[in-house]
Design a binder for this molecule. Structure first.
Ligand code: NDP
Length: 446
């Protein structure tokens, strides 16, 4: 039986980072992947989604260009061209990730692996492999609600491969994926309705910022149906769908996409063969050093359901490899993780929301800037940005920064350094504005 120091199951962001760093520390490493090297982020998540967001934004840019003097003829959008170019880029990245593993002497098995004991995995081909350590990095998988006809809907796994752009689309869910794809489909001239079970969207984000996204999205023409519970999905003779709700009128649509959360991908992995404890969501329970209840088996990334974000999985994978193979035990700092929703316009935030800060700190000061970006003014685009800074009234420290507006994620990433470093509102005030820019609003808040 071949033996390795580390066998990684799942070649996504966390698994690949862990494999390559462990190999760089001198470990003999193998990795198994049943689909494509790169994982959700690269193959069917962040990367292709962001490329679609860029593609979608041209709908507004081309219109606005006329106000800037460009003679733009009526333009047609061709979905297959964008889809195929995006998928070609995914192929390129898949190749790049595969080469990185090869250049670090990580052996890749392109087949499913399951855990057969604390120090052994079995490949789909039947081959058994022993390893001193096993890392579970199998990510998460979209959840679809248990309703009659749910099989007629798609998830974010399939959306990048659509044969044609639908005329009408309903997106179920009100989180990251739902809001990002509502924007994408809408910009591609699709009639979009976002349906969520609760009375809000983007739970966890600052309410005022979310309200602004709702208002802006509705003004653009995206429909929202909140507090809506599906009853069943009916497929009609012409291939379209009729969505029935417990209350309210049915909706007819050409495409239904479920964006109702993602669950840790642990089913059928044989984790019971090593006595690995899971939580009630099916996530692998790990300690601060990513170790599971079985001492030779670790887990990183979405499969642990701590923070479902790529950069976090990468940090966990790296910390695991340094701890176990680099003689440098270390944990990941989960405080002040910035995040963004690539909606139209995008949202970004770091630190406490206003309500979290009030609950945690008592007295807080809130500074806002509600403005129309210069470019939108000339374009005649009636769309306002909103920046919000939450300050601890006792110490003057900035404890939260939340934004909606053009390029908000790009601006917030830089500002997050200041929030993470614990800088005060005074430190922002002491910084001279960079004029004219949108980001200067952050140092001009009164
Ligand atoms: P989210 O957790 O963001 O949102 C799930 C949504 O679905 C919520 O609105 C929730 O409703 C609703 N929902 C949950 N369960 C059900 C159910 N059984 N029936 C009906 N509705 C339901 O999930 P996403 O799928 O959008 O994204 C998954 C994860 O992927 C995110 O948590 C995020 O970490 C990551 N991601 C990050 C991105 C980024 O960084 N830009 C982009 C895309 C994904 P309710 O309002 O009641 O909570």
């Amino acid at each position: 039986m071949t033996s390795y120091d580390l066998f990684v199951i799942g070649a996504g962001s966390g698994g690949v980072r862990a494999a390559r760093i462990a190999a760089a520390h001198g470990a003999k490493v193998a990795i198994a992947e049943e689909y494509r090297v790169g994982g959700t982020c690269v193959i069917r998540g962040c990367v292709p989604k962001k490329l679609l967001v860029y593609g979608a934004h041209f709908a507004e840019d081309l219109k606005d260009a006329r106000r800037f003097g460009w003679d733009v003829p009526e333009c047609d959008f061709n979905w297959p061209t964008l889809r195929d170019n995006v998928l070609a880029d995914v192929d390129r990245l898949n190749g790049a990730y595969t080469s990185t593993l090869a250049s670090h002497d990580v052996e890749v098995f392109l087949e499913r692996a399951t855990v057969s004991s604390p120090q052994e995995v079995t490949l789909a081909s039947g081959r058994r492999i022993s390893a001193k350590h096993i890392l579970i990095a199998t990510g998460a998988w979209p959840v679809t609600p248990d309703i009659e006809g749910a099989e007629h809907g798609i998830t974010s796994n399939e959306v990048f491969h659509l044969e044609k752009m639908p005329r009408r689309a309903v997106i179920a869910g009100g989180g990251y994926i739902a809001n990002e794809f509502a924007g994408i489909f809408h910009e591609f001239s699709c009639d979009v309705t976002l349906v969520n079970r609760s009375d809000t969207i983007l739970r966890g984000y600052d309410r005022q910022i979310v309200e602004r996204l709702l208002a802006t999205s509705m003004a653009k023409g995206i429909n929202f149906r909140l507090n809506a519970e599906f009853e069943k999905i009916e497929k009609l003779d012409d291939g379209s769908l009729r969505l029935h709700f417990k209350d309210g009128e049915p909706i007819e649509t050409d495409l239904l996409m479920f964006a109702t959360g993602r669950r840790p991908h642990t089913q059928g992995l044989g984790l019971e063969n090593a006595g690995i404890a899971l939580d009630n969501q099916g996530a692998v329970i790990v300690d601060d050093y990513n170790r599971s209840s079985c001492k030779s088996i670790y887990a990183v990334g979405d499969v642990t359901n701590r923070v479902q974000l790529t950069p976090v999985a990468i940090r966990e994978g790296h910390a695991f490899a340094d701890t176990v193979f680099g003689g440098n035990p270390r944990t990941v700092d989960y405080d002040c993780i910035p995040s963004a929703v690539f909606s139209h316009p995008p949202i970004a935030g770091v630190g406490l929301t206003e309500s979290e800060a009030r609950e945690k700190l008592g007295t807080v000061k809130v500074y806002t800037s509600d403005f129309r970006a210069m470019k939108n003014v000339l374009a005649g685009r009636d769309e306002r940005a909103l920046y919000k800074m939450i300050v601890d009234d006792t110490t003057g420290r900035v404890v939260g920064l939340h934004m909606i507006g053009p390029d908000a994620p790009e601006i917030l990433q830089a500002a997050a350094v200041a929030v993470k470093a614990g800088l005060t509102k005074q430190a922002f005030d002491d910084t001279v504005a960079l004029h004219p820019s949108m980001a200067e609003e952050l140092v001009l808040l009164k």
